[in-house]
Design a protein around this ligand. Structure first.
Ligand SMILES: Cc1ncc(COP(=O)(O)O)c(C=O)c1O
Length: 505
């Protein structure tokens, strides 16, 4: 043998990088000089997608050569690195954002919690009507009743003025909502509602990794929160934390359109309370009572010393089940990819803010035709003196709270007075090869699944008030991409295409 194994691996990885540099030019970050040139009208402008370099491909191949396969050393490292970035107690990898939502809510159903905190079938969880379906489906899948309130069409987020009317004494146990398209919801009002009624807050942070929410220090202190997220300097007046780190438990998605990707993947963040990790892990890992990582035995030091359920004393802890669980783990090579993406995350977060600002400034004079999204707590947008900076200029409401959005998408609503609909615009953009999306499922209550559920099991969910905001989003909104793969040429083409479409009608 000419080469040692180490030399052989190094040579494979060197060739891998060379291959990737040449093969994946279209997926490089927006400003990268090696990126494939953009040809307007020919090159598709995706609404989102994987942005990676040879680093991710090398990591995937390296981990595949190691052939641990199931969640192992890379997974463990990723979980620690993500938790350190967010400043949460633990992050737990799962195979998707949908699984993360399922595991997060399941963890709160464990019999290991005191009765008044445990979520059981028939209990209620407050959520919103417009959004992504798998924020809501775990609630129903676990026999719990979602109580829908409306969205504010300007922010896409929960209408906090409706929270109290959704509350039901003795039944409501949690609020489970998403930060819409990278726009933090009104955390201060939602958390105050949760504290008042002793409810869990589950943040679906799938579309908002790296977004921050700030509230006045005194208000945060009253909620028991005194520290900024890591790396965010204390300014003496505000507490600023990443979304996904205010509530009890939160979810991430690592599917390609999201802030970072590993192909498929997701995470459950355990914000403050360590025991929730053991419950979440149990639901992720077959429902087992044992918490040994894959390939390890006897972490608890008494594998044959437990006496649980009606099992014979000393029954193998590895095969002792305290929950009805699943197996929702991803593979180790996915985590290896994710670790490389994490290094790029700060740049990705900034690029999304910058791209949103660029599109907003480019379409600013179309305000008679479109309503543009506003960050939660902002009352108006003003053109920044330097749109390239990604720093928007806003007027804010009187709460003292602020949001800093790393946008998942650039949402606009076609005003009802316009001579075209959002579907007309979406069709036109499609023809011009510009990726666009509706705000996911629109008003979910109008989806076939909910229409059927209303017939099959009318008590499966509850609706409070009129869903006019959710309907407006469904009937008028669409979003363009803000992802870090966009170039200025692409966004100029998007802006010009929309302007021509509007002018020619
Ligand atoms: C808000 C929200 N929650 C959950 C999910 C589900 O994530 P995944 O596709 O990884 O299952 C998505 C997907 O885009 C989402 O937008």
């Amino acid at each position: 043998m000419k080469n040692t194994l180490t030399e052989l691996k190094a040579e494979i990885l060197r060739l891998t990088r060379e291959y990737s540099t040449r093969a994946h030019v279209a997926q490089r970050p927006g400003g990268d000089p090696e990126r494939a040139p953009f040809v307007p009208g020919e090159t598709i402008v995706p609404y989102a997608g994987r942005v990676f370099t040879e680093d991710e491909v090398e990591a995937a191949v390296g981990s595949t050569l190691d052939f641990w396969l199931t969640l192992g050393p890379e997974g463990e490292a990723f979980e620690k690195e993500l938790a350190a970035f967010l400043g949460v107690k633990y992050s737990l990898l799962v195979n998707s954002g949908s699984s993360a939502n399922l595991v997060a809510l399941s963890a709160l159903t464990t019999h290991k919690l005191p009765d008044h905190k445990r979520i059981i079938p028939g209990d209620e969880v407050v959520t919103v009507a417009a959004g992504f379906p798998t924020t809501v489906s775990p609630i129903i899948q676990l026999g719990v009743v979602p109580v829908f309130i409306d969205n504010d069409p300007a922010t896409g987020n929960i209408r906090v003025d409706q929270l109290e009317s959704a509350f039901s004494e003795g039944k409501t146990k949690a609020v489970m909502i998403a930060h819409a398209l990278g726009n933090p919801f009104d955390v201060a009002s939602v958390l105050e509602f949760c504290r008042k009624h002793d409810l869990w807050l589950i943040e679906d942070n799938c579309d908002a990794l790296g977004c921050t929410y700030s509230m006045p220090i005194e208000r945060a202190k009253a909620l028991g929160i005194t520290e900024n997220s890591p790396g965010i300097p204390q300014d003496g007046t505000l507490i600023t934390r990443y979304t996904g780190t205010w509530g009890d438990i939160s979810s991430q998605s690592f599917y390609p359109p999201h802030h970072l990707t590993m192909g498929e993947g997701g995470a459950v963040n355990i914000v403050f309370r360590p025991p929730l990790k053991t419950y979440a892990e149990s639901f992720r890992d077959w429902g087992r009572d044992c918490w040994c990582p894959s390939g390890k035995d006897d972490t608890c030091g008494k594998r044959f010393g437990w006496n649980l359920g009606e099992l014979p004393p000393g029954y193998d802890h590895k095969y002792t089940y305290s929950h009805l669980g699943y197996n929702l783990k991803p593979l180790d090579p996915q985590a290896a990819i994710g670790r490389q993406q994490l290094k790029k995350l700060p740049a990705f977060i900034e690029a999304r803010a910058r791209n949103w600002e660029y599109l907003r400034a480019g379409l600013a004079d179309l305000e008679d035709i479109f309503d543009f999204s506003l960050p939660t707590h902002a009352t108006s947008w003003e053109k920044s003196l330097n749109p390239d900076s990604g720093n928007s200029s806003y007027s804010w409401d009187g709460t003292g709270c602020r949001t800093d959005c790393s946008w998942f998408g650039f949402m606009l609503r076609v005003k009802p007075s316009a001579s075209f609909t959002h579907t007309d615009l979406a069709r036109h953009l499609d023809e011009k090869k510009i990726g666009n999306r509706m705000f996911f499922g629109g008003n979910l209550l109008r989806q076939p699944v909910f229409v059927q559920l209303r017939k099959d099991r009318p008590a499966a969910f509850r609706v409070v008030g009129k869903m006019t905001g959710a309907d407006a989003i469904m009937n008028q909104a669409l979003f363009l991409g803000t992802y870090p793969g966009l170039t200025k040429e692409m966004m100029d083409y998007e802006i010009e295409t929309i302007r021509v479409f509007v002018r020619d009608l």
